[in-house]
Design a protein around this ligand. Structure first.
Ligand code: NAP
Ligand code: GDD
Length: 326
């Protein structure tokens, strides 16, 4: 039975990845913060249906000893390093903690794997945010990085560390360059979930307006459940390599609003207000990925596209709000 360790197991991607790995017969371990272990119903809502099938270890990205000890205890065959301060907006408010947590956390993971169990295959959750002020459209593995946020900078550092450990220590260490991916398990602070949750609330008479920032930003949105499959595929290859994972289709935030509100029979222009508070000091204007390498080498396919994703998210929010509010 192969053994996998996931950091960020309580997050959106972590939860879908656990389901995938369990279905493939893996023994699954996860690193979680102690506060989560103490408050599972709130802090582990995405994986509460899986708790009996996995093993959790208390630890955090700030603590090298906790990471080192977990690698010693688990000796995983595969390690999926997904934990991070992942909210771009917040990275402008607290640059120092985002850079510390994301860069040191990745460095701690790589060092511990190298020193304790170097045969472990290592996945790093890189991001399309690394392309930032994009040099070309679409973006591929050869597009230069130009990050536009402290978060993006931290991911470029993680990418470089991962590649450097591969080249210096002959480790099977790979970078996924994943474009935005969403689902009904997406955090409420991200724009897609903010839109689908509020469209559902407005439809049910529980809210009357939605404040957003830049409606003209373009993102390449896929489905988290389809993207975690690509992570697993990257670790099954003969040779370690880096891959872009994206749908190849881009939409504006405005188009996302339009689709979500239309799905509940409303016109977003009657409810969405632009609030400068949600603009960022510097923006990533357009993301659109070229995942032809992942499709060719891994045999991966993007799966669910924009329209189906929006509908799934709105329907899930409608259902859960109806359950909660009778
Ligand atoms: P997410 O839902 O925000 O989950 C982040 C996870 O990291 C949570 O489990 C969180 O634990 C954990 N974490 C944060 N700080 C930690 C710390 N100091 N110590 C230990 N754990 C910590 O993110 P996601 O959407 O699943 O994304 C997974 C990874 O892919 C992230 O690295 C993200 O930056 C990257 N990524 C995401 C996307 C996307 O569109 N979703 C695209 C490209 C790359 P708590 O539950 O305790 O907070
Ligand atoms: N969050 C948010 N809230 N974003 C808004 C809002 C708002 O009220 N209004 C407009 N936006 C715009 C943002 O300015 C950005 O251009 C776009 O919506 C998407 O924002 P997010 O959903 O917060 O995602 P992100 O693209 O910044 O970052 C996500 O994708 C990255 C991959 O490109 C995160 O998941 C990152 O962790 C990930 O690496």
């Amino acid at each position: 039975m192969p053994r996998a360790l996931i950091t960020g197991i309580t997050g959106q991607d972590g939860s879908y990845l656990v389901e995938l790995l369990l279905s493939k017969g893996y023994e699954v371990h996860g690193i979680v913060r102690r506060v989560a272990l103490e408050d599972p119903s709130h802090r582990m809502w995405r994986i509460k249906h899986l708790l009996k099938d996995i093993r959790l270890h208390a630890g955090s990205l700030e603590s090298f000893p906790s990471i080192y000890k977990t690698i010693v205890d688990v000796k995983p065959d595969e390690c999926y390093h997904l934990a991070a301060q992942s909210f771009v907006s917040y990275s402008f408010e607290d640059e120092f903690s985002t850079l510390n947590t994301n860069i040191n956390g990745t460095h701690f993971m790589l060092t511990a794997v190298r020193d304790v169990h170097p045969e472990c295959r290592f996945y790093f959750a890189g991001s399309s945010e690394m392309f930032g002020k994009v040099r070309e459209v679409p973006q591929s593995e050869t597009t230069p990085f130009h990050p536009r946020s402290p978060y993006g900078i931290s991911k470029v550092a993680g990418f470089d560390l991962t590649r450097n450990y591969r080249e210096s220590y002959d480790m099977f260490a790979v970078n996924g360059i994943l474009f935005n991916h969403e689902s009904p398990r997406r955090g409420y602070e991200f724009v897609t979930r903010k839109i689908t949750f509020n469209a559902a609330k407005i439809k049910l008479g529980l809210a009357s307006e939605l404040s957003l920032g830049n409606l003209d930003a373009r993102r390449d949105w896929g489905h988290s459940e389809d993207y975690v499959t690509a992570m697993w595929m990257m670790l099954q290859q003969q040779k370690p390599d880096d891959f872009v994972v994206a749908t190849g289709v881009t939409h504006t935030v405005r188009e996302f609003c339009d689709a979500a509100f239309k799905h509940v029979g409303l016109d977003y222009r009657d409810y969405v207000v632009v609030n400068p508070q949600f603009f960022r000091p510097s923006e990533v204007d357009v993301l659109m990925g070229d995942s032809s390498k992942a499709q060719r080498v891994l045999g991966w396919k993007p799966g669910r596209l924009f329209e189906d994703l929006v509908k799934e998210m709105v329907d899930a929010d409608l259902r859960s709000l109806q359950e909660k509010n009778g």
